[in-house]
Design a protein around this ligand. Structure first.
Ligand code: HSE
Length: 438
């Protein structure tokens, strides 16, 4: 089948992340869509600017209208941000019969109603997963995964920059301006960072989520909006002492009276999972009447994370371009002929870290025997704690060890060797430990 040809508007943080993903995962993407995706043209501000990605096989232009008017382009991916110029380009693309993918929350929040109406008339798709919460597929979750439910409320940490600032203030006592500058450097912040810290960006995203959750038209101008600029390290510290974390939260709820739609700093009990979402990460808690509460978590900003959502939208649109039923969303996500039979690893071959609890004779030299065995099996220790004996009549002490990652077979062999020692007084307790950070 012929490749689908796409054109990009913008090659900044998200544009570059999108191109990198398309280049790196070409085979997987073709396996999922049944068709190749070819980037035909990218509109950039400065054609001569040095770039971190390989654009040798792609034509660049400084004229964005060359993309939206190109007769061979099937899908236009709008990643320039802003709203008025972006709107003009998107409306032209739609008028030209092109499908549109955008990461532009300001565009959708402000002009979505108009854009969708035009797209409906032209029979094209406008997809915008990347506009809300970066890489988290929250729009898909609300629109498809939770389609059986009446959504009761949703609450989200949906501005990564604000969350990054609050986290750094809480954990390192850093100054607001200093952390904001770092967020800008890392490519998290909006072109105008006041959008982040004054709640505008979160309000754009909340307006979109609210419409999808409750089936209402977009009403960005009705979002009640406060940012984090008035939050001081002192507030953060007092809230902590009382058992709360302060988060910038977007909240929408359907009541008998109407819909609440607000973004503002919020104390959240620290035992809630969402209260522990830190740094640039985003999370959205959605309460459905049938499913109950569900939580979606992931990177809310950054080139590759947001590019992940852009490319997922691309894959969706490419699938819908093909009327062949074999190309509808496949049951196992991949097309039948792209399913592969990879081996499933036995437990002995997995690699993980471990928590070990040992009951040891309380005498000199025992710890040395244990560490020698671990060393012989190439197991590196991350932490050791020796607990006081629980009562003075027992000769045993409890030793807790955390190890770095090791192949399970090596750990099993080391445990067998340890249990053979006279000084090891009970079976060694082994629990796998995953840091879940990479
Ligand atoms: N400036 C946004 C944020 C980027 O910090 O969350 C992702 O929309």
């Amino acid at each position: 089948m012929k490749p689908v040809k796409i054109g990009l508007l913008g090659l900044g943080t998200v544009g570059s992340g999108t191109v990198q993903i398309l280049q790196r995962n070409t085979k997987e993407i073709a396996g999922r869509t049944g068709r190749a995706i070819e980037i035909l043209l990218i509109a950039v501000r400065d054609i001569n600017r040095p770039r971190s990605i390989d654009t040798r096989s792609i034509e660049l232009t400084q004229d964005p209208y060359a993309v939206v008017n190109h007769p061979d382009i099937d899908i236009v991916v709008e990643l320039i941000g802003g709203d008025t110029f972006a709107k003009d380009l998107v409306m032209k693309a739609i008028a030209n019969g092109k499908h549109v993918i955008t990461a532009n929350k300001a565009l959708i929040a402000n002009y979505g109603n108009e854009i969708f109406e035009q797209a409906q008339q032209q029979g094209v798709v406008v997809a915008f997963e990347a506009a809300v919460a970066g890489g988290i597929p929250i729009i898909k979750a609300l629109r498809e995964g939770l389609a059986a439910n009446q959504i009761e409320w949703l609450a989200g940490i949906i501005n990564g920059t604000s969350n990054f600032i609050l986290t750094e203030m809480k954990e390192k006592g850093r100054e607001f301006a200093d952390v904001l500058a770092e967020a800008q450097q890392l490519g998290y912040a909006e072109a105008d960072p006041t959008f982040d810290v004054e709640g505008v960006d979160a309000a754009h995203k909340l307006a979109i989520l609210t419409s999808i959750a409750f089936g209402v038209t977009l009403k960005f101008d009705k979002v009640a909006m406060e940012g984090i600029t008035d939050i001081t390290p002192l507030d953060v510290s007092y809230a902590e002492q009382l058992g709360y974390h302060i988060k910038h939260l977007g909240f929408a709820r359907k009541t008998q009276q109407g819909i609440e739609m607000r973004v503002h700093p919020t104390l959240i009990p620290r035992q809630r999972l969402i209260a522990n979402v830190d740094g640039v990460m985003n999370a959205i808690l959605v309460k459905g009447d049938a499913v109950g509460p569900t939580l979606y978590y992931g990177a809310g900003a950054g080139g590759k994370a947001t590019g992940s959502a852009v490319v997922a939208d691309l894959i969706d649109v490419v699938r819908t371009l093909t009327s062949d039923p074999d190309n509808r969303v496949p049951h196992l996500a991949f097309q039948a002929d792209a399913l592969v039979d990879l081996p499933i690893l036995p437990l002995t071959q997995i690699e993980t870290a471990y928590y070990l609890r040992l009951s040891l004779l309380d005498k000199a030299g025992v710890l040395a025997e244990i560490t020698q065995i671990l060393g012989q099996h190439h197991i590196s220790i991350e932490a050791v704690i020796q607990k006081e004996p629980s009562n003075e009549n027992t000769p045993a002490v409890t030793m807790i060890m955390l190890t770095h990652k090791v192949i399970e077979q090596h750990m099993n062999q080391a445990i067998v060797a340890m249990e053979r020692l006279d000084s090891v007084m009970a079976k060694v307790v082994k629990i796998r430990l995953e840091h879940l950070n990479k």
